[in-house]
Structure formats: C-alpha cells, structure tokens
Design a protein around this ligand. Sequence first.
Ligand SMILES: Nc1nc2c(ncn2[C@@H]2O[C@H](COP(=O)(O)OP(=O)(O)OP(=O)(O)O)[C@@H](O)[C@H]2O)c(=O)[nH]1
Ligand SMILES: [Mg+2]
Length: 233
Amino acid sequence: MYGSRRVTVVFPAYNEEPNIRRAVEDFFLPGIVDEVIVVDNNSRDGTVAEAGKTAARVVRETQQGYGHALRRGLREATGDLIILAEPDGTFIGRDVLKLLAYSEDFDMVCGTRTTRELVWAQANMGWFLRIGNWTVAKVLQLLFGGPSLSDCGCTLRLTHREALNRIQDELTVGGSHFLPEMVILGLRNKLKIIEVPVNYRGRIGQSKITGSLKGTLDTGLRMIGLIVKYRVS
Ligand SMILES: Nc1nc2c(ncn2[C@@H]2O[C@H](COP(=O)(O)OP(=O)(O)OP(=O)(O)O)[C@@H](O)[C@H]2O)c(=O)[nH]1
Ligand SMILES: [Mg+2]
C-alpha cells in the first residue's frame, strides 16, 4: 500500500527464465507493493515455472508482442497505482519509490534513463539509442504540447487507476512501439505527466527489441509513424 492506495507491478515476460524470479523478488517491496503480475507472452523457456515459484500472479497472453503483453497486464491489474516494469535485470525495484513519491502530484509518472549517474556501465544505452529516444520524446513533446520529455522508451512508469480508465479503451498498439501511445493518449486526456530519473542497468539474457540496430531503428520509426498518425488524425 502507498497511503491508502494498493500498488500493482506488471511485468511483460518473453523468455525471461534467468531473470523473472529475481525481478519479482526485487520489486515485491514489503508493505508497499501489493500485487505483482507476470504476463507470460508465449515463452518457450522456463519463465512460467520460475514465476510460479514466486508470489506473483502469472497470466498468459497469447497475442505476441510487447504492447499486447503490457495491455493485458494493465487489464489484469487490480491496484489503484499501476507500475509497468521489465523483468530483465535492467530496472531496480527500489525505484518504485521514486514513482510513488511523484504519484501524489501526477496522474502518470514515467521513468527516464537519461541521467548519466544512473545509467550503469553495462547498460545498453549507447549514443544512438540515447539520442534516438530523446529525439522521439522531443517530437512528441512539441507536437502534443507535453511537459519536458526525454525518453520515449522507458518501460518503468506509473499510472493511477483513474487515469488508466480514461485511456485504456483507446490503446491500440501491440508491438514494441507501445509506450508513446500511452503518453499521447494521456496528454490528449489532459492527464498530468512527469518524467523522473531512474536507474538503468545491463540486461541479463537475450535482448529482443533494442539489442540490435535493426530492432532499434524499426521501433524508432514505428514510434515516429504513430506520433505523426495521432497528430494528423
Ligand atoms: N520484444 C518482446 N518483448 C516482449 C514480448 N513480450 C513480452 N516482452 C517483454 O518486454 C520487455 C522488453 O523486451 P527487451 O528484450 O528487454 O527489449 P529492450 O528493453 O528494448 O532491450 P534490452 O533490455 O536492452 O534487451 C522484456 O521484459 C520482454 O520479456 C514480445 O513479444 N517481444
Ligand atoms: Mg529490456
């Protein structure tokens, strides 16, 4: 609980066997996090078995894709404050406290991985990815009159239940470019949004989206296409 509000953490998981157990244990902050949901997305390894050894609730989403997995988690969450994260060792459970602190004043609190002191040496955050994330975030900020945005690709974020209710039925993206849609719909619905700096570490296990130049470019272009589509529609 955070004050009188129940807290849910959602993990999308696609072949995260080496990480999932540790991630759930790291994020299940005693007395604060009430529910952890692991959304298994057709994993072919031991993700489900490993998640089953924890106190998390495991749900299976068969529609393949990062966005599909996250949207399923948002539908399953029962908390008043809902936090999205990744169970791949890149995020740190205690950063939940930063999101919660800002949730007192904002409807949506998004992590940003742009603070040099918090990007760990092993993190996959080279100059191309950093500038790409920043550029797309700035385009979104300018076109939608948003607050200062510096990272369009940070899964770690919080939304209030009431805020989610206003945008949930409008979410459409099932792929890896899901995150900016949440922000665009939030801004369109006059939600108060802020970014806060979070830690970003090296990944354990195989990278599936931004681990390759092709994956990064593909996701970036899809994000720009999505932003333009919303701007002209
Ligand atoms: N790529 C991908 N990820 C999925 C899918 N379903 C769930 N996920 C999860 O979504 C998260 C994002 O994928 P990652 O491989 O970590 O991609 P990334 O965060 O861009 O890059 P790295 O963390 O550096 O590997 C992970 O927690 C995955 O397990 C899916 O269909 N595709
Ligand atoms: Mg990751």
